[in-house]
Design a protein around this ligand. Structure first.
Ligand code: GAR
Length: 207
């Protein structure tokens, strides 16, 4: 199964996918394209180091959102990708892409949805909000993507305890390593194996 991985930043989740392909856990999965929302994303260096084709498609460099959306769709389709993986991608996908890849787009979110999610909750922000609220458990969620931030069917979640002396940065790192980098490859494995079904906005895993 070919996948397109969308990135905006450091690309630790992209790296986790690459490592799991190399280890054989994601046998039969190939990253056919990395799409970056900005040219400075370190994820692009990771793609280049691993011989993976990449493209930078920033909304700002297109005349309209619709033009950008069409170009994203064109390049992803041309790569042969059957699944789009948003791995630290911080823009909202356009409706043409979401419609064409309905139930074939997943996103990793750094909190336990439906808490600490939605517009503006990205990167370090959910972790700051978690500590501010004093919740005792946080984690990450892989969910299918629709046209609203973090509202599509939930596929996998993994939690960690929040410690009394956590800072947002320490908590973020723990969640990336122990949750995100575990459940994102697992989600791709489950989809590639045809083990996921979606009914009435709920994702079920047949294991
Ligand atoms: C990750 O923590 C990911 O969950 C988060 O951005 C970070 C990207 O890290 N995504 C969101 O906040 C999406 N709402 P990475 O570039 O090193 O994979």
């Amino acid at each position: 199964m070919k996948i397109a991985v969308f990135v905006s930043g450091g690309g630790t989740n992209l790296q986790a996918i690459i490592d799991n392909i190399k280890s054989g856990y994601l046998e039969g999965v190939e990253i056919s394209l990395v799409v970056a929302s900005n040219p400075d994303a370190f994820a692009l260096t990771r793609a280049a180091q691993n011989g993976i084709p990449s493209t930078v498609l920033s909304v700002k460099s297109f005349a309209s959102r619709e033009d950008w959306d069409e170009q994203v769709l064109r390049e992803v389709k041309a790569s042969g990708a059957e699944l789009i993986v948003l791995a630290g991608y911080l823009s909202l996908l356009g409706s043409a892409v979401v419609r064409e890849y309905s139930n074939r787009i997943i996103n990793i979110h750094p909190a336990l949805i439906p808490s600490f999610c939605g517009a503006g909750m990205y990167g370090i922000k959910p972790h700051e909000a978690v500590l501010k609220r004093g919740v005792k458990v946080s984690g990450a969620t892989v969910h299918f993507v629709n046209e609203h931030y973090d509202e599509g069917p939930i596929l996998l979640q993994k939690s960690v305890d929040v410690k009394w002396d956590d800072t947002p940065e320490v908590l973020q790192k723990r969640i990336m390593k122990e949750c995100e980098q575990v459940i994102l490859p697992r989600a791709i494995r489950l989809i590639a194996d045809g083990k996921v079904i979606i009914e009435n906005n709920i994702a079920y895993v047949k294991e």
